[in-house]
Design a binder for this molecule. Structure first.
Ligand SMILES: [Mg+2]
Length: 278
């Protein structure tokens, strides 16, 4: 019996999924081992609920998941002994939301767009074909990506000077900007770190044993999650520098990219914690 039970929180794009082709095959064996040892793996992503549901099915994952950069936490019914507080109830999930809905943020973007239309393209403006071009996703994947509930991703096309104006407008409307691998996500005051903390508190409330959180991510939008976790793995990216993390006692930066780095980093931490999952 292990002294500490790990809960794994993982970014998807560029972390568990390859940046270029979204593959995860080299992590499948470790994922299966984690599942057989009942170690929860919580997808914690900028992706939508619809995208997460498809990915979880593909990954054979049945754990809670965190969408849209920490905007919402989905917990399957009957996953925990105790029903979480302050949640909405849908057909299959309890949903904890951290921010206002998408229409609210689209209105704020539209106000800026009315004066500076050329400076950005939003998912709403791009449409399904545009999202396919911007991401390399196929049509059904792009449709799932388009079904956002709590914010709006944009691709910035303007100058640095215009970006300053944009930031001022967003700030004055209490919007938050998070830079992901390809897009800037416009939403409310939420992040993956606070979603991790909320989720860990609920795990701890339900599990009568000491828990340890492990987070894995590759981008700036993962920093809050990495800083909030007990153990953090920064996955090296083929397309951008590693994000700046403030002081963290238990931080690993991988040598390898994407899912190879995911396996490398998580294996090191499990070894360090003397957690045997074979
Ligand atoms: Mg990423």
């Amino acid at each position: 019996m292990n002294a500490l039970s790990p809960i794994v929180f993982t970014d998807m794009d560029g972390s568990l999924l390859d940046h270029y082709d979204y593959s995860h095959s080299c992590a499948d064996e470790l994922l299966a081992q984690l599942k057989s040892c009942s170690v929860p793996v919580i997808p914690t992503t900028s992706k939508t609920r619809t995208e997460c549901l498809a990915l979880r099915a593909e990954l054979n994952n049945t754990d809670p998941f965190i969408t849209e950069n920490g905007a919402a936490i989905y917990i399957p019914h009957n996953y925990f002994k105790h029903v979480p507080e302050d949640v909405a109830i849908t057909d299959a999930y309890y949903v904890k939301t951290m921010v206002a809905d998408r229409a609210h943020w689209q209105n704020i973007l539209a106000q800026f767009g009315a004066r500076h239309a050329e400076t950005f393209i939003s998912f709403q403006q791009a449409g399904i074909d545009g999202i396919m071009r911007l991401t390399g996703l196929d049509k059904s994947q792009a449709r799932r990506a388009a079904q956002r509930e709590y914010g709006e991703p944009i691709k910035w096309l303007g100058t640095a000077q215009q970006y300053d104006l944009f930031c001022q407008h967003m700030q004055s409307n209490h919007a938050q900007l998070l830079k992901g691998g390809r897009f800037i996500h416009v939403s409310g005051d939420c992040d993956k770190g606070r979603a991790l903390a909320w989720t860990m508190a609920h795990f701890q409330y339900n599990f009568e044993r000491p828990l340890v959180s492990i987070a894995l991510g590759d981008s700036a939008n993962d920093v809050a999650m990495l800083e909030a976790a007990d153990y953090a793995v920064v996955i090296r990216s083929p397309v951008h520098d590693i994000p700046q993390i403030h002081a963290h006692n238990e931080l690993i930066v991988t040598e390898q990219y994407g899912p190879e780095g995911w396996v490398e980093g998580l294996t090191k931490i499990l070894n360090k914690l003397a957690i045997n999952i074979e």
